[in-house]
Design a protein around this ligand. Structure first.
Ligand code: SAH
Length: 512
């Protein structure tokens, strides 16, 4: 080990930063944030350094560095763009016993400045001994994704409870086990979600139960899994997927996403088919309650966003009635995911000032849409579950006033490596889709914005080549990890949530 990592308590220390470019300004700001009394010396100051001075966070002396600047300083950072000058400043400082650092050379001076992840009071610092500051930044970025923004709250909770925990659990091994359970479980999640009172109460109850039974109630995480590409998961979704004891997932959750769930978690498939319900909705609601009552951390994983055509509201209403703690994690909804990956902006200054999400689900064989509201020009219409009723929907929109030439696109298995986009107009799309052997899930986007795809289409898959888009592949991109066999894939992912692939296929060929 070439350097010893320490965390310096420099509250009130006179500190000197020589140089007021971006680097100097950054260092000065950090020193000030840690409570140092910072003086910056430089002939010229960049905008951020000038701002720090204006805000009274640092004192700025405009002028060249002079030896006398070191007087009284306990810590100095040489951050000019002149390496020799930096080295000289460090030498002078060392001779006077002042802690010194050169921004241009981590090996000269007493200390180097690490890349930091700040979740005060929790701090993580990364250093490479000057080998590669970029590598340190890279590691830091990885840590950023692992440590939630609100981590400080957990530290606060732990700090406040520590005396009580120490008193109750005299054995170190018991304490460690206790804290591990707190940090990985629902109590930590309550703190992250800002429910501090609840977290404190749950922690007190858990401590109370230490001698006897374990924490009796689990928690339900209603999590949006996004439209398919695992890269589109949120950090919070990823974390909860690592923690859950049991996962209840539906048909739309892609295999690539499911593969990221904790390996030893029990997985319960709760997909729905039209005739053959795997589990009926009221039973799913009850199942979640029962699993949580067993004290388990239940991950309810749903395709896209749980609150967009996902019946997420009903599921948590039952949990609320039963006083089971829960939280909801948004996901990228199919409209946002498919639009982005198909190069179709949902709104646009010149083409669409509103965007409407509708379901194309048929009721008694007819699409139950508020036609006059939906068929308005100047807005984008996104139809979920619109494959079976596609022809009827296109015709209905034209009958209710939209130009039959209005551009429309069907996005098949959006954001996955099987994504395909079929473009047409209200008059032509259904015919084009009929012969194309389309497999759900699919999303329909109607509106002038579809035309922008000619220019904005960027996503390419190895498998489908981008469907109706123009131009040669610009970028290969395959992100969906395959797990399981093709047959499993078809069962779990290849169907809309209320119609099986078989239904959709039959209906489509009927209408040709
Ligand atoms: N809660 C989900 C929607 C559930 S309804 C969300 O927010 O996305 C199911 C419908 O979503 C499907 O019938 C289909 O229309 C759409 N959908 C979901 N994932 C899709 C995908 N990857 N590509 C195209 N459409 C998708």
């Amino acid at each position: 080990m070439e350097q010893l990592p320490v965390f310096l308590n420099l509250r009130g220390w006179p500190c000197l930063v020589v140089g007021a470019g971006q680097v100097g300004a950054g260092k000065a700001e950090l020193l000030a944030a840690a409570g140092g009394r910072v003086r910056v010396v430089a002939p010229e100051a960049c905008a951020s350094a000038a701002e720090l001075a204006r805000d009274g966070l640092v004192e700025l002396r405009r002028g060249r560095f002079e030896e006398s600047d070191l007087e009284g300083a306990r810590l100095v950072i040489a951050a000019t763009d002149d390496r020799d000058l930096n080295r000289w400043i460090v030498e002078l400082a060392e001779a006077r016993g002042i802690l010194a650092n050169s921004a241009s050379d981590a090996r000269s001076g007493h200390f180097s400045m690490p890349a930091i992840v700040d979740r005060s009071p929790v701090l993580a610092a990364v250093a490479t001994g000057g080998a590669s500051p970029s590598l340190a930044r890279y590691v830091r970025a990885r840590l950023e994704t692992l440590i939630p923004r609100s981590f400080g709250r957990l530290a606060e909770l732990a700090r406040d409870a520590r005396p009580e925990v120490n008193a109750r659990l005299p054995r170190i091994s018991d304490r460690r086990a206790f804290w591990d359970r707190v940090f990985e479980g629902p109590i930590a999640e309550m703190a992250f979600a800002g429910r501090m009172e609840e977290a404190r109460a749950a922690l007190a109850a858990a401590l109370e139960a230490e001698d006897g039974e374990r924490d009796p109630t689990g928690e339900v995480y209603l999590v949006g899994a996004g439209p398919g590409d695992p890269d589109l998961l949120t950090f919070r979704a990823m974390r909860l997927m690592q923690q859950a004891d049991v996962v209840v997932h539906d048909r739309l959750v892609s295999p690539g996403v499911l593969a990221l769930v904790r390996r030893d978690a029990e997985k319960i498939y709760a997909g729905k088919r039209r005739d053959e319900h795997a589990i009926r909705q009221p039973d799913i609601n009850r199942l979640l309650v029962r699993l949580a009552r067993e004290g388990r951390r239940v991950l309810r994983l749903k395709g896209g966003d749980p609150f967009v055509f996902g019946r997420g509201g009903e599921e948590i209403a039952t949990l609320a009635d039963e006083r089971i703690p829960f939280q909801v994690v948004p996901g990228v909804t199919a409209a946002a995911g498919c639009a982005a990956y198909a190069g179709i902006p949902l709104t646009h200054r010149d083409h669409a000032h509103a965007c409407t999400f509708v379901t194309g689900n048929l009721k008694n064989g007819r699409a139950a849409l508020d036609w006059p509201a939906v068929a308005r020009p100047g807005q984008t219409i996104v139809v979920y579950m619109g494959l079976v009723g596609l022809r009827e929907i296109c015709e209905g929109l034209a009958e209710h006033g939209l130009d039959p030439g209005t551009p429309a696109a069907l996005v098949e298995q959006g954001t996955t490596e099987r994504q395909r986009v079929i473009e047409g107009t209200l008059a032509t799309l259904a015919d084009r889709v009929d012969g194309a052997g389309v497999e759900p899930p699919t999303l329909v986007i109607v509106g002038d914005v579809v035309r922008l795809r000619g220019k904005l289409d960027w996503f390419r898959t190895d498998a489908a080549g981008g469907g109706g888009g123009g131009g040669p592949p610009r970028r290969a991109h395959a992100t969906l990890a395959h797990t399981g066999s093709g047959a499993e894939r078809g069962r779990d992912f290849g169907s809309e949530s209320t119609h099986s692939a078989g239904d959709a296929g039959r209906k489509l060929s009927d209408s040709t």
